[in-house]
Design a protein around this ligand. Structure first.
Ligand code: DQA
Length: 146
């Protein structure tokens, strides 16, 4: 059986994790999150390609190119969650099963974060568990694919 490939996209400012608002996002760095994702991927025998971008268009390009190449998408769209029709449309167009993740629970935060434009086009969303949200999201995605 062909090994499943999953694209992981971290949106804007997530490269700063570890030092960025630690009271909200914790002290775990993106490198550490990626390490735990890779560890879990190994257990589930899936291959990950991981990208971080601060640029909406670049994220749209990555998603559009994922069709036919990746069997799943794990995405934390970060601030674009609340603003990007372009990323939402790209996920809808690519038709790659997708899971949205957030470190924080966006519904317990400022009102402008209460709306996700992404949630309606993904299979599901995991939020509020800090860095664990990512591994839980990847687990959910792997379960969907196998
Ligand atoms: C975030 C929540 C967003 O509102 C915020 O803009 C982020 C991170 C999270 O993971 O909790 O950058 O997506």
């Amino acid at each position: 059986m062909k090994i499943k490939k999953i694209l992981v996209i971290h949106g804007p400012n997530l490269k700063l994790l570890g030092t960025r608002e630690p009271q909200v996002y914790g002290k775990t760095t993106l490198v550490q999150i990626n390490r735990s994702l890779k560890g879990y991927a190994k257990k589930r025998k899936v291959r990950l390609v991981i990208a971080q971008s601060n640029h909406e268009g670049e994220i749209v390009d990555l998603i559009c190119k994922s069709k036919g190449v990746f069997q799943g998408l794990l995405i934390n769209p970060a601030a674009y969650t609340h603003t990007s029709v372009a990323i939402r449309d790209a996920i809808a167009a690519a038709q790659v099963p997708s899971v949205e993740v957030h470190l924080s629970n966006i519904y317990t935060r400022e009102e402008f974060r209460h709306k996700s434009l992404i949630s309606p086009v993904v299979k599901g969303t995991v939020m509020g568990f800090g860095p664990k949200s990512y591994v839980l999201g990847l687990e959910a995605l792997c379960n969907l694919l196998t």
